[in-house]
Design a protein. Structure first.
Length: 212
């Protein structure tokens, strides 16, 4: 994903509130919290990789509210988001959660949101602010193992054990990790440093733009 090139220039759970007004009747007002959305190599909660853009955006908008960023359809070779394996790219962001949709050059304004599909996503890097390790919407997304932005290296190792691989690029001083047990698609990310208490600052799904 483009983050590994950009890092140098470097879903609180989600809540659906049901307010039941009894207007003097026997029912009481209740607040019921929905479980947090789980991120994985197959998607984000109910939104799976390959979902049509319109359906994916509508689903997450219903859960998270309107997005902070929507590029609409732009050239697939983006200086900011990286080169995607399609002629057209659409980046839609909620805080530091970005979904990347791709489509061919034969789509029209009327068909792009139906034909274009979810290709990948990134969580932890806020492109609009050029900040890493952030969660401004406090989405607090985690994997099924409970790993999210701010989890420590120790927690990451405990969660994934032998499926976890770590690496360090001495030139850029970037500490990376990946969980490739479900290859060819898997999760990877970045850590803030070398120690056991270093925290996760990026989680993204592979493959991503710039790699296929």
């Amino acid at each position: 994903m483009a983050h590994y090139r950009l890092v140098g220039s470097f879903l609180s759970g989600l809540f659906l509130f049901a307010l039941l007004s009894a207007c003097g009747g026997p029912e009481q007002l209740t607040n019921e919290a929905a479980p947090p959305l789980i991120i994985s190599d197959t998607g984000i909660g109910p939104v799976e990789i390959g979902y049509p853009a319109a359906a994916a955006i509508e689903e997450l908008t219903g859960l998270l509210g309107g997005p902070d960023v929507d590029t609409r359809w732009i050239d697939g070779n983006s200086e900011l988001y990286g080169k995607c394996p399609a002629e057209k790219l659409r980046a839609v962001g909620w805080g530091s959660l970005y979904l990347f949709f791709t489509a061919g050059d034969d789509v029209t304004a009327d068909t792009a949101d139906l034909v274009g599909h979810l290709f990948t996503y990134s969580y932890g890097f806020d492109f609009s602010r050029n900040e890493g390790g952030t969660d401004p919407r406090e989405l607090s997304l985690t994997t099924a193992a409970g790993i999210g932005i701010g989890s420590t290296r120790s927690e990451l190792r405990l969660a994934y054990e032998d499926d976890l691989a770590e690496s360090h690029d001495a030139t850029t001083d970037i500490w990376a990790w990946d969980v490739a047990a479900s290859a060819p698609s898997y999760l990877r990310g970045l850590l803030s440093g070398p120690g056991a208490d270093a925290t996760i600052v990026l989680i993204e799904r592979v493959p991503g733009c710039g790699e296929v």
